[in-house]
Design a protein around this ligand. Structure first.
Ligand code: FE2
Length: 502
């Protein structure tokens, strides 16, 4: 392995930190690495061609009062594969908030679990305002550039998908909705090159939906009126429609009036699913059983119906059972077993206006992905993560066969945690399951991280290659795969490493 330290960031976190989401498998990194020609156990397939990008929460400064695991500064990791070789980079996302806090040497904004009024600064980002846009939640690639985003809306930061250099913010031809920002979970349709997005906030109409063309310009932006402030996290799309949601879990209005932002579940209200033509203005709303859906997997059209798959939560607001320490109890609603997240299918009939729904499995999984070439189309396979009891940590992978119900599983060893998987289609493949599953591990037993590559059709067989990273990486939230063909300069060089130097 050819490795260099290329940057270090000064952390002001306490040395005796006891926050479980800033220590152990969530220990933030402060070092930025360049590593080429990585050491491999097994063999990197020659037809694995592209980059796995993963965003993580890496707090540099302590919270004002209470750190929430989603407050941390964004750090993106890239591991790229070409011609059977791999390279790795990691870089902080140089957001405005990150740079201002670096200058101040301390936190300047209140986090998700804190009151906005305690923010030292009057300005800020986020659906509720006066929050730092950490850009640490999600990452996708659109128009050849990686875009990072923040959980509760903010700017989209543009990163070079190979070097991870922060290039600035998405501007969309001067029409970026800076006032509301953009939520995590923008969606890219690989057939049209369009990016679909939504945002939400505390002012009417409470939500907007928009489309950005393959030319990186805003082409559509409409109001989505809701009954009040809501907390949607993800959206879905088909060939002709976008699907938005109004789940009955939202900030308690009485607390909001007193400057506190705490989400409560309302089982007496339905889940509302909104279908809008991708370039349309009118939403058709459907009512479904009350739940909260953090993530959808995919949607497609089937005659008069939209088929929508996602993770139904049986218990969106888990009770405090008194088990575990202060922080484990506080963040119990991030543990998959506490939320009871199960793959679920909604069928929305555009003619009758009726919604039928069914549970697809009894297994608890979340963070589901698919072969993105099948995004918006009828598909068969979803690849998802399993969770550690009581914690926001992933301990294995499952391939759900949605046609047969079969599940192909791989469990990581105790003390080893995974990241959100990504499906990497084999170069030149057309079959949905013909490719690889890529994930990063955080190994607390050996204090290291690896990138694992699985044959997507044979996950239970275990990884076909394990690639050592220079340092143990923190747990985090979302990841993505981008094919080499979608990255400018990828083919212009003799190797990805050379592409980095062009
Ligand atoms: Fe998410």
């Amino acid at each position: 392995m050819d490795v260099d330290v290329v940057g270090r960031v000064l952390s002001t976190l306490p040395e005796d930190d006891d926050h479980p989401y800033r220590t152990g498998p969530w220990r933030p990194q402060t070092t930025e690495w360049r590593a080429d020609d990585l050491t491999v156990v097994g063999e990197i397939p020659a037809d694995l061609d592209g980059v796995y990008l993963r965003n993580t929460e890496n707090p540099v400064h302590p919270a004002l009062e209470r750190y929430h695991p989603f407050d941390g500064d964004g750090m993106v990791h890239v591991i790229g594969f070409r011609d059977g070789k791999a390279f790795y980079r990691n870089r902080f996302v140089r957001t405005d908030g990150f740079l201002l806090e670096a200058e101040a040497g301390k936190p300047l904004w209140a986090g998700i679990a804190e009151r906005p009024a305690t923010s030292p600064r009057e300005d800020g980002w986020g659906a509720r305002g006066r929050m730092k846009d950490a850009s640490s939640t999600d990452v996708i690639v659109h128009a050849g550039v990686a875009l990072t985003s923040f959980y509760q809306c903010g700017d989209l930061y543009r990163l070079d998908p190979l070097t991870l250099e922060t290039l600035g913010k998405a501007g969309w031809g001067g029409d970026f909705p800076y006032a509301c920002g953009v939520s995590a979970h923008t969606k890219v349709d690989p057939r049209t090159g369009e990016l679909l997005f939504f945002n939400y906030g505390t002012d009417e109409p409470y939500m907007h939906y928009g489309v950005v063309g393959a030319d990186d310009r805003l082409s559509h932006y409409v109001d989505i009126p809701l009954p009040g402030p809501r907390l949607p996290h993800d959206m879905a799309f088909t060939e002709n429609y976008a699907i938005l949601n109004d789940c009955p879990m939202f900030w308690e209005p009485e607390l909001m009036a007193r400057g506190r932002y705490a989400a409560r579940f309302h089982p007496e209200l339905p889940t509302r699913l909104g279908v809008i033509p991708r370039k349309g203005t009118k939403v058709q709303w459907f009512e479904a059983d009350p739940t909260y859906v953090l993530h959808w997997v995919n949607a497609y059209e089937d005659g008069d119906e939209i088929v929508l798959d996602g993770f139904f939560q049986d218990d969106p607001e888990p009770k405090d059972t008194g088990d575990g320490g202060y922080y484990q109890r506080m963040f119990r609603f991030l543990a998959l077993d506490r939320m009871q997240t199960r793959l679920h299918r909604w069928r929305l009939n555009l003619v009758t206006g009726q919604c039928r729904e069914e549970r697809l499995t009894d297994s608890i999984t979340e963070f589901g992905v698919l072969n993105s070439a099948f995004g918006g189309l009828d598909y068969r396979y979803a690849y998802a993560a399993t969770g550690v009891e009581g914690w926001f940590l992933f301990d294995g992978l499952v391939r759900h066969d949605l046609r047969t119900g079969a599940e192909d599983r791989f469990a990581l060893p105790p003390g080893v945690y995974g990241s959100e998987p990504a499906m990497a289609p084999r170069n030149g493949s057309s079959a949905e399951d013909d490719g690889y599953i890529v994930t990063l591990t955080t190994d607390m037993n050996d204090d290291r991280s690896e990138c694992l590559i699985f044959d997507a059709a044979r996950i239970a067989d275990g990884p076909i290659a394990r690639i050592a990273l220079p340092e143990r990486v923190s747990s985090g939230t979302h990841a993505t795969w981008a094919t080499g063909d979608s990255i400018p300069g990828w083919r212009a060089a003799d190797s990805p490493v050379q592409a980095l130097r062009l």
